[in-house]
Design a protein around this ligand. Structure first.
Ligand code: SF4
Length: 272
């Protein structure tokens, strides 16, 4: 948090997470309503024009098929050029690359080597994948990542801290099924190539109990990384309702607290 970072957001997700911010067992229709407006009434012209939602997945436009027209299909060269434009000195210094989604470990695993091998990416020192922790690494990509860690970033030695998997495993409050969302064998495999932490979105004591059960399952499988809990809330009113309570829960459990810095700072606008 607070580290200058470039976010690369891939399109598509294997989940819909319509349960966030809803009473348990109910699913949000907020994003579906926006999708209907976009498809049937007045199309939004760009991502930045889309409304923020207070329930369901706050990244809905990065996976709902109705919004695919707002996500450009770019070749690696064009993506790298755009990344270099964003970097303050037009070269990598301390900035991290955060690859997010949707779910960035879907079929995109095939595309990352070409992107990361681009000459302009040679100075990149740290990558984070923001994943829901359900997608196995392909043997080819796992091998690629191991080699990437063992190589140099323009004279700077990389190591296992250079690659992070930020695993936001989905609890029942997301609306996803436990057996689909809690995949310890997948996440433990990430630990073979990089640093991994778990991050759970929490609104209630019931969610905390679910997180405890999930952590037990991950630990029983050999997971060694840190555990973070984060308050639910893609908009400030919702986030402010429970951030203090979730911080207290983290202290009680000896886990780490993850804030949502982009919410108070940037109001969770698209692009932040
Ligand atoms: S896994 Fe993440 S991106 Fe996918 S639907 Fe859930 S919250 Fe949204």
């Amino acid at each position: 948090m607070g580290v200058p970072s470039v976010f690369l957001r891939t399109f598509g997700c294997n989940f819909t997470c319509s349960g966030f911010g809803m009473p348990r067992g109910e699913l949000s229709m907020e994003a579906a309503g926006i999708a209907a407006t976009h498809s049937l009434v007045t199309p939004f012209q760009k991502y930045e024009d889309l409304p923020l939602v207070s329930t369901g997945c706050d990244s809905y436009a990065s996976w709902m098929p109705e919004f695919k027209d707002l996500s450009p299909m770019l070749e690696s060269n064009a993506i790298v050029n755009r990344i270099m434009e964003i970097l303050p000195y037009r070269r990598w210094e301390d900035e991290h690359l955060v690859i997010t989604g949707g779910e960035p470990l879907l079929g995109w695993q095939r595309a990352y080597p070409e992107l990361l091998d681009h000459a302009s990416m040679a100075g990149l020192k740290e990558i984070t994948f923001e994943t829901n922790g359900t997608q196995k690494l392909t043997p080819e990509f796992k091998k690629y990542l191991a080699n990437w860690i063992d190589s140099n970033a323009d004279g700077h030695m990389r190591n296992s801290n250079s690659l992070t998997f930020s695993v936001s495993a989905k609890l029942p409050c997301s609306g996803e099924k436990w057996e689909d969302a809690i995949c310890p064998e997948v996440v433990c495999e990430y630990e073979q190539v990089g640093t991994v932490y778990l991050k759970f979105v929490i609104a209630t004591e019931e969610d905390l109990k679910d997180a405890e059960r999930a952590v037990d399952e991950f630990r029983n499988r050999g997971f060694k990384g840190h555990v973070y809990i984060m308050p639910v809330g893609g908009v400030e009113q919702v986030y402010a309702l429970n951030n203090r309570a979730v911080a207290d829960m983290a202290m009680r459990k000896g886990w780490r607290y993850s804030d949502r810095l982009q919410v108070p700072l940037f109001k969770n606008e698209w692009g932040t």
